[in-house]
Design a binder for this molecule. Sequence first.
Ligand SMILES: Cc1cc2nc3c(=O)[nH]c(=O)nc-3n(C[C@H](O)[C@H](O)[C@H](O)COP(=O)(O)O)c2cc1C
Length: 173
Amino acid sequence: MNRPVVAFTSRYGSTRRYATALASRFGTPATKLADLATASEADPLIVLSPLYATRIRGRRRIIRAIRSAPGRAALVVVGMSPTDDPGRATLADALVAASGRAVATFQLRGDFDPTRLGPLDRALMAVLRSRLRKTPDEPAARLILAREPIRFIDESTLDPVVAWANGLTGRET
Ligand SMILES: Cc1cc2nc3c(=O)[nH]c(=O)nc-3n(C[C@H](O)[C@H](O)[C@H](O)COP(=O)(O)O)c2cc1C
């Protein structure tokens, strides 16, 4: 590990919290993806990004950053759905395929507070809730219909990412 770079994008702070905690374990600051001009000095590059409406936020910037990184690269996806949700792996794999690089992927769970949403996200959630009322037994439906703040952040789930960065393990696609 030469010069680890931790870059992130975050709307409500969960991914920022993970990125800051991860970067502090390497003794570096976490950088906003939008402020990362190039990752040409990064080795490894670790990008963290949240899921919004079944998309990985900042997809284009992430791909650009991964392509500019000379060494190993990892993508850490943060969402409220269970980490073994196959849809999450599919999204990460599609982004990795589009980057044309071998990238290790990790899935973490973030917080979700329906009382703190901006107007657009509140509107989106209202649409989603009306759809999910038809399938109330799905895990995502139960989480979203409850309208309670969900606290899923667990910084110990960063351990596999640190192990990967140190060259110990990883699922590289
Ligand atoms: C409008 C909206 C859509 C979301 N869509 C998804 C989703 O498709 N899958 C998922 O797992 N989580 C979804 N989430 C939950 C976020 O990924 C989760 O709250 C995450 O912690 C947000 O990260 P951030 O605080 O760094 O922005 C959604 C949240 C909002 C507000």
